[in-house]
Design a binder for this molecule. Structure first.
Ligand SMILES: [Zn+2]
Length: 252
């Protein structure tokens, strides 16, 4: 796995599934080049790397009192430990990571399970942080990243509200699974899955709906990305449903 978790997810999507256009909007000395080339050239300014979202590490105090049991945790952990904020749907959003909360949850996992599994405290915290980052990156990818068809989500149909939360959270979790399942190292991949499922404990049902996609008989990453492409060209927010995604899981 590439060391940088953002790069791991974005470059896997690009190299294996032709999602994203890391070269299209960036140029270095007037030459269009791939994100790989760009990554190897540190003198390329970050600001020229258009397709990558801004990630802000917030030092705000953890807003919830730390319970000693995972059962007592808030039911929307994935979006409490991090956030994807958009000013309006026509512009890309910013990812926030709430470091104090991430440290607390990483520590809780370490105490409850990590140390028995011989994981260090900092390792547990790092894995929690990467999972939260991938979840928020999942929101950014679905909203803003150009697909294989070079389109983003149609701004008429992109709407995050109580009605569409199931689709948005299912997709954010799907991209966490995408990132985890594309880790080559068996040990590390297993550790990520253990922590991901630990975080899922007692979470709102939206955060487990990704299973309907991954366990569908027609599931395959290409099929799913194709279904997301179909979903994003819709014009009516009311048509944006999990059922629509499931019905469009095909190779066509
Ligand atoms: Zn979310």
């Amino acid at each position: 796995m590439i060391n940088d978790p953002v790069e791991h997810l974005l470059m896997t999507l690009y190299t294996m599934y032709q999602w994203g256009e890391p070269a299209e909007k960036s140029s270095w000395k007037g030459i269009s080049h791939s994100a790989v080339t760009q990554a190897k050239n540190p003198d390329v300014e970050e600001t020229t790397y258009q397709p990558r979202p801004t990630v802000i590490f917030s030092e705000e105090k953890c807003p919830f009192a730390m319970p000693v049991e995972i059962n007592k945790l808030p039911e929307n952990l994935f979006d409490l430990l991090g956030a994807y904020q958009v000013k309006n749907y026509n512009t890309k959003g910013t990812i926030f990571l709430y470091e104090a909360c991430i440290q607390e949850i990483g520590l809780l996992f370490y105490i409850n399970a990590g140390r028995v599994l011989r994981m260090s405290r900092s390792y547990c915290i790092n894995l929690v942080r990467e999972i939260v980052l991938w979840h928020q990156l999942g929101h950014w990818i679905t909203h803003w990243m150009p697909g294989k068809d070079h389109n983003r989500w149609n701004r008429k149909s992109y709407l995050y509200n109580d009605m569409s939360k199931d689709v948005h959270e299912a997709l954010a979790q799907v991209f966490v699974q995408f990132a985890i399942q594309h880790i080559e190292d068996d040990n590390k991949r297993n550790h990520f899955q253990i922590i991901f499922h630990y975080l899922l404990h007692k979470q709102q049902k939206y955060y487990s709906l990704y299973n309907q996609l991954l366990k569908h008989p027609r599931f395959g990453w290409n099929n799913l990305l194709g279904a997301i492409t179909m979903l994003r060209i819709l014009e009516n927010p009311e048509d944006v449903t999990i059922e629509y995604l499931l019905n469009n899981l095909t190779t066509n």
